[in-house]
Ligand binder design. Structure first.
Ligand code: DX5
Ligand code: ZN
Length: 223
């Protein structure tokens, strides 16, 4: 992976929600490429987070693409709502979706970028038939549901396999990783083939602020 082309997607899950607009603007000024919004509904993952009103508010404070990671049991029921309030891409899980092709086509029909997410225990091979329809693949490097978890190292060979599939089937498709990404793990995932890094606590949870945290992540990737 060309290290210069690696993109950063700050995850607002770790932001201070009382200062969300400010923190997202700071991330934008510091060179964020997109903003990652984690939607959790208490069933697909054992946690609650936020919904469409947050995306709607963020749409007014940033020009960056807003990507919405849907960790909910019935994503189809919410695609239109998120598209309407300003999500630029919708990321849906392979797990628990018996009609993934239909979901993917629905996102496309809404005119949005579409990505499929796979959990740590899900093999890369499940992407083979759907990959040609995607703009993005997201490989979870923790089990979804919570921020600030430890990076799962056994996902590294899978990231490499997904990169090989992308080069063969859909060059140009983004390969994003999400969970436990910091200055220590970023170089590993980039070496394995990731070109978009989601980071929550490593960007919004650092004592010296968003700008310094993003500089550290970039420096780690460019070493
Ligand atoms: C976890 C979410 C992640 C989370 C990552 O379910 O999908 O986007 O915000 O947080 P960190 O970077 O703290 O692991
Ligand atoms: Zn996420």
């Amino acid at each position: 992976m060309n290290r210069g082309s690696v993109k950063l997607a700050p995850s607002i899950l770790a932001a201070d929600f009382a200062r969300l607009g400010e923190q997202v603007s700071e991330a934008e000024r510091a060179g964020a490429d997109r903003i990652h919004v984690d939607v959790m509904g208490g069933h697909f993952v054992p946690n609650l987070s936020l919904g469409a009103p947050i995306v709607q508010s963020l749409r007014h404070v940033t020009r960056l693409p807003l990507e919405t990671h849907l960790m909910i049991s019935d994503p189809d029921a919410f695609l239109e709502e998120f598209a309407e309030v300003g999500s630029d891409s919708l990321l849906v899980h392979w797990e628990g979706n018996d009609n993934l092709h239909r979901t993917v086509q629905r996102v496309k029909a809404l005119g949005k970028r579409v990505g499929v997410v796979i959990n740590p225990a899900t093999p890369a091979a499940v992407l083979e038939e759907i990959l040609q329809d995607l703009e993005q693949v997201l490989v979870m490097t923790v089990n979804p549901g919570f921020g600030h978890q430890r990076f799962i190292r056994t996902t590294l060979p899978k990231i490499h396999r997904v990169r090989q599939m992308i080069e063969k089937i859909k060059p140009g498709c983004d390969l994003e990783v999400d969970g436990g990404i910091d200055a220590a793990t970023a170089p590993l995932v980039v070496a394995a083939g990731a070109n978009v890094l989601v980071a929550g606590s490593a960007i919004f949870g650092e004592g010296d602020g968003v700008t310094a945290a993003m500089q550290r992540l970039r420096a780690a990737v460019h070493q």
